[in-house]
Design a protein around this ligand. Structure first.
Ligand code: NIG
Ligand code: FE
Length: 406
């Protein structure tokens, strides 16, 4: 049993409600990897008097951050395209001529298992040092049965090795790979009839994601892919209404998706449908910024009763950053979310977007003891600015997995 005290401010992010559950001058107690008590230090029950004590050093303590949308495994470098975009070529024009996602697919297929795994491990390590404890990780740069499976096996192995918790997603429907350009239906059949059954049978993914966009998959194609996913017990996620309004939000509601992600171009009707169906909206403000788009209408989503998560979208093109802290700061500054809404978005609402119902993303009795000690006296102070590595300690399952040392 461990008591963490000298917490200047504790954010408990309770599953119900809409606030960060802030407690000043707090203490937190865990045992066997689970939270057993959280509250004002002055109220700490006598029965914990003998427990091992650790100090948060007068800092902010938050639930371990949950990055609920990443493209963690990828290879190759798209820096030339970055410069081209600055010079005026659009993301879609680059995609149409075989660059963009296709370039990353070629590089990922050519990379060895070892190099792919090492790249992902390095990115995960950097995230852990920022207080991130759970990471959703998509495929989507393999796009053959074998390449998608090997990426999922890398995720399985990374998750088994720990300490970060990994939630794997099959995104074989990222784009139609060039070898199927003349027979899109055959690729959709490959996903539905071969990839999804094998992935489900081997327990390699929790979700199936589809990029619904003019340059990727139609709503009709997505419907058959989600039907196959449902038959095999896999949840649905969508890259929806990112570059254009393709009624992706309505489709997410129709198929009962766990989340609809991006949504920069979501319509008023789409917002209404998300609210009705209880689909989490995942905002990805780094991608919005990189692609020079108007921010997701977070206030309208929140006012309509939609839960809004915040994630990095870490990928080699539209969001080449692993900084969930940066995404949080942009959620405040560009999406007009309060620090409390933003933090919930990268903890308890992100866990909801992953359908984790074991208390992940909160620090309440029963939650996993996953937390970050942030070098700020309060949540508002942290998110009023941006720092590359805000955490000084990351704890997963009650075990310190990283600690800053001067
Ligand atoms: O989430 N929208 C599609 N997929 C990624 C982009 C991936 C890439 O550019 O490689 C995204 O933004
Ligand atoms: Fe994405």
């Amino acid at each position: 049993m461990t008591v963490l005290d000298d917490i200047a401010q504790l954010a408990t992010c309770p599953p119900d409600g809409a606030d960060a559950g802030l407690i000043d001058a707090a203490a937190l107690v865990w045992d066997a990897g689970r939270i057993v008590w959280a509250g004002p230090a002055a109220d700490l029950p006598e029965r914990f008097a003998e427990a091992e004590r650790r100090s948060a050093g007068g800092r902010l303590v938050v639930p371990g951050l949950v990055d609920c949308h990443t493209h963690l495994v990828h290879a190759g470098d798209r820096a030339d395209e970055f410069v081209e975009r600055l010079e005026g070529t659009s993301y879609l024009d680059i995609a149409r001529r075989g660059g963009g996602i296709q370039l990353s697919v070629r590089a990922t297929r050519a990379a060895s298992d070892h190099d792919l795994a090492e790249g992902a491990r390095a990115r995960l390590g950097a995230m852990l040092r920022q207080g991130v404890t759970t990471v959703e990780a998509k495929t989507g740069y393999g796009l053959t049965l074998d390449d998608e499976l090997r990426v999922l096996r890398i995720y399985r192995d990374l998750g088994a090795a720990g300490p970060a918790r990994i939630v794997p997603t099959l995104l074989a429907a990222h784009i139609v790979p060039p070898e199927f350009a003349d027979d899109r239906d055959a690729y959709v059949r490959l996903i539905c009839d071969e990839m999804i059954p094998v992935v489900a049978a081997d327990g390699l993914a929790a979700f199936v994601d589809v990029f619904v966009e003019d340059s990727a998959f139609t709503a009709e194609e997505a419907r058959s892919i989600f039907a196959a996913a449902a038959r095999h017990g896999l949840g649905a996620k969508l890259h929806a209404d990112q570059l254009t309004d393709t009624s992706g939000a309505a489709l997410a509601a129709e198929v009962g998706a766990a989340s609809a992600d991006h949504l920069e171009c979501v319509s008023a009707e789409g917002i209404h449908k998300l609210a009705e169906a209880g689909v989490v909206a995942v905002s990805l403000p780094i991608a919005t910024l990189v692609l020079g788009q108007e921010p997701i209408p977070a206030r309208r989503l929140l006012d309509a009763g939609v839960r809004v998560a915040v994630a990095t979208d870490l990928n080699p093109g539209s969001a080449p950053s692993n900084s969930l802290g940066l995404a949080l700061w942009l959620a405040c500054t560009r999406q007009r979310m309060t620090p409390a809404e933003a933090l919930r978005g990268a903890t308890v609402e992100a866990a909801r977007a992953l359908r984790l119902d074991d208390g992940t993303g909160s620090l309440v009795p029963g939650s996993p003891a996953d937390l970050a000690v942030v070098d700020a006296p309060s949540l508002a102070t942290w998110l009023a600015g941006w720092r590359a590595e805000p955490a000084v300690r990351t704890v997963i399952g009650g075990r310190t997995v990283w600690e800053w040392s001067p």
